[in-house]
Design a protein around this ligand. Structure first.
Ligand code: LP5
Ligand code: MN
Length: 260
């Protein structure tokens, strides 16, 4: 038995190679897996589930993603989803079309017997004060309802504007500011009592070895998908506690389902 985790695929109408690579991954690597966890930023920008009805290239991609995730779910692989900072507006309609289950923003699970805490990762970037302010606003249900009531075209324009603002704000930020705050990582591990954290968001794929209250712990960071390569984590059942493995792979040759 195997559990897979991915994050930050950033799919859109402008990323045909990544879209194809993701579909190949679902059809090939994910076949027979017990579960697939998508830890946010599946889409590069999600402006509402009514995107599915829109005559827009990204809408077509969204429908195809839903169809293909549903096909995987129908074969018995549970599909779980967490919101990222780009697709926090993803809602019930899209999830039910995918046959996916939405998880809270921080979620404790036991994957193949291993206790883990899962999150997108943006909530750990507390030194990034302007992002924290944007995050608080964008996760506010009233703000979201107001945004979702806007015509689709206006939302498209706003999303474009926010992306530009974000890129120019990020250009002036230090690298450390945009990474997780170490004390937030230890605080969450201490609070949950688990020794394994898995997240994405920072696009800095890595396995970090830590010590929390004299106990060894690990933080796995998933990578963002690019036109030629993807990242995942596989956790395979074993006699003892399994060790998750972070993998980088070519999108045209994703890992074999039984690659071990
Ligand atoms: O996204 P990324 O990785 O480049 O940077 C993130 C943080 N930025 C964001 C903002 C998103 O990119 C915005 C796009 C969301 C698209 C979908 C939303 C649709 C809803 C609205 C439209 C219908 O998440 C960035 C972090 C970085 O990660 C690393 O952690 O630093 O944070 C910022 O850039 C936030 C601020 O520094 C700047 C915020 C810009 C918002 C300014 C408000 C302008 C209001 C204009 C509206 C009229
Ligand atoms: Mn993100």
């Amino acid at each position: 038995m195997r559990t897979l985790l991915v994050a930050d695929t950033h799919l859109s109408g402008d990323t045909p190679e990544i879209n194809r690579g993701f579909f190949r991954y679902l059809e090939h690597t994910a076949q027979g897996a017990e579960a697939l966890y998508i830890l946010g930023d599946l889409f590069d920008a999600w402006i509402g589930d009514d995107t599915l009805d829109a005559p827009h290239p990204s809408a077509q991609v969204a429908s195809e993603v839903a169809t293909r995730l549903r096909a995987l779910a129908d074969t018995g692989t549970a599909v779980y989803f967490q919101h990222g900072n780009r697709d926090f507006l993803l809602g019930e309609r899209f999830l039910s079309e995918c046959g996916a289950t939405l998880l809270p923003e921080t979620f404790e699970a036991e994957l193949q017997g291993l206790p883990v805490v899962l999150l997108h990762g943006d909530s750990l970037c507390t030194q990034d004060e302007s992002y924290m302010a944007f995050r608080a606003q964008s996760r506010n249900p009233e703000w979201q309802a107001h945004i979702l009531a806007m015509p689709l075209e206006e939302r498209l324009a706003l999303a474009k504007k926010l992306r530009l603002e974000s890129d120019s704000a990020n250009a002036g930020k230090g690298e450390a500011i945009m990474d997780v705050t170490p004390s937030e990582v230890t605080a969450l591990l201490r609070q949950t009592g688990v020794s394994t954290m898995i997240h994405g968001h920072t696009h800095r794929p890595m396995v970090h070895e830590l010590t929390v209250e004299d106990v060894p712990a690990r933080r796995f960071v998933l990578g963002d998908w690019q036109s030629d390569q993807g990242w995942d984590i596989v956790i395979e059942a074993s006699d003892g506690l399994p060790t998750p493995r972070l993998r980088r792979f070519a999108l045209d040759a994703p890992p074999e389902p039984n690659a071990g």
